[in-house]
Write a protein that binds this ligand. Structure first.
Ligand code: PLP
Length: 393
């Protein structure tokens, strides 16, 4: 063909990470079919949807079966009942948002990836290591990315100190995937002050907020000044097991304005052009998930995963292995023992303990020498993994 393609796709690294993992695990299983492999690399949940959510979905399915309660296209920004329910969820954490500032979607990945559509050619700051969607969505649209190096010295929480004072689009994720590190209100306050001084915009990913148990903000809007310079992305994937059900939202406070335009209006324009809304049944499920009862049920599942995290964290502590995460996050990010490289440690664990984790360098250059374990496995598997690790390390 003679058409021109988007040449910026050439600047994205092929994501070999999960295919490389699958290939190595496949080769190992083929050679050792008798061995039981434990997967602590997945970022997907393993517990089912909770009773409130399932009951709401059943009711909504019945409504779809009758002509007078059937729903067709949903509003692009979400049904009012869900926007109100999400505003109620924020209110219970002490944050006041108007329902019209909440834009419902099929998950945080789409919103984060699509957000570049409404922004021009800015300088982009992205922590390294990080959830790869921030980097790839910017490279795909030809944006320049500057990395904020995260390492053991800054606790994997890069700060603005020393950055040239100019306007950026800044991605922050707290609690972080992959490092599990979480920003305090004071640290977020520094980022917000920097953004206000420089006219920058912060894109804040709070997909793991429900894993916070310590004194850290669950929403960036709990920190003064955030309404003027931060967009927040959130998701029910990890909170309420919606990874396959698909629902999340993006918050654009009325105060957000650039180039004489409200960012909320731009986002609505973008969504109504390219997105046709989340299914009614899913929005009713999401309404149940953010209700006090649904959230209490979801938090039991979060508690289950966090007990897995505690089991893994206790083991790492016992072995004096340096790590972040595991306390306010389902991820544990550890320094590979014995100075091993990420892939070297991956192979070592697979070969000697039949455990699969995720090599840190898959999340960025600064991830080299680190390794991610997740708490999303079943309890028996997590306990068995620790028993095997105890024999090995
Ligand atoms: N943000 C982070 C940091 C994630 O780790 C994930 C999923 O793994 C997402 C966003 C995407 O969530 P969703 O399932 O809502 O698209």
């Amino acid at each position: 063909m003679k058409i021109r393609i988007n040449e910026h796709f050439g600047s994205i690294k092929e994501s070999y990470l999960f295919s490389d993992i699958a290939r190595r695990v496949g080769a190992y299983s083929a050679a050792h079919p008798e061995q039981k492999i434990i997967r602590l690399g997945i970022g997907d949940v393993t517990l089912p949807l909770t009773p409130s959510v399932i009951a709401a979905m059943h009711r909504a399915v019945d409504e779809m079966a009758a002509a007078d309660s059937f729903r067709g296209y949903a509003p692009e920004a979400g049904y009012d009942f869900l926007r109100q329910a999400i505003a109620g969820y924020y209110r219970r954490m002490g944050v006041s948002l108007r329902p019209e500032e909440i834009f419902v979607s099929d998950g945080a990945k789409s919103d984060i990836g699509n957000f570049v559509d409404i922004l021009g050619d800015n300088e982009i700051l992205i922590p390294d290591p990080v959830y790869p969607v921030y980097v790839d969505s910017n490279l795909m649209s030809g944006r320049r990315v500057t990395y904020l190096e995260a390492d053991a010295r800054n606790g994997f929480l890069p700060m603005p100190t020393g950055l040239p004072e100019r306007a950026y689009v800044i991605y922050l994720c707290s609690p972080n995937n992959p490092t599990g590190a979480v920003y305090s209100a004071a640290q977020l306050g520094e980022w917000i002050a920097f953004a206000q001084r420089t006219g920058s915009l912060i894109l804040f990913d709070s997909a793991y907020e429900s894993y916070i148990s310590g004194d850290y903000p669950h929403s960036v809007y709990a920190v003064p000044g955030a309404r003027e310079c931060v967009v927040e992305f959130c998701s029910l994937s990890k909170t309420a097991g919606f990874t396959g059900t698909r629902c999340g939202w993006t918050v654009l406070p009325q105060e957000l304005e650039a180039g004489g335009m409200k960012l909320g209006s731009l986002w609505l324009r973008r969504q109504s052009t390219k997105f046709n809304g989340v299914p009614y049944v899913v929005q009713r499920a999401a309404e149940a998930a953010v209700s006090p009862q649904g959230h209490a049920e979801a938090m039991e599942h979060v508690g289950y995963y966090m007990e897995n995290a505690r089991i893994l964290a206790d083991f790492l502590q016992e072995k004096n292995i340096w790590f972040t995460g595991g306390k306010n996050s389902p991820y544990l990010w550890l320094r590979c023992p014995g100075e091993m490289g990420s892939w070297e440690f991956f192979d070592y664990l697979l070969e000697h303990a039949q455990i699969v984790g995720t090599p840190g360098e898959g999340f960025g250059k600064c991830g080299e020498g680190y390794f991610r374990l997740t708490a999303f496995g079943r309890r028996e598997a997590t306990v068995e993994a620790v028993a095997r690790l105890r024999n090995l390390l």
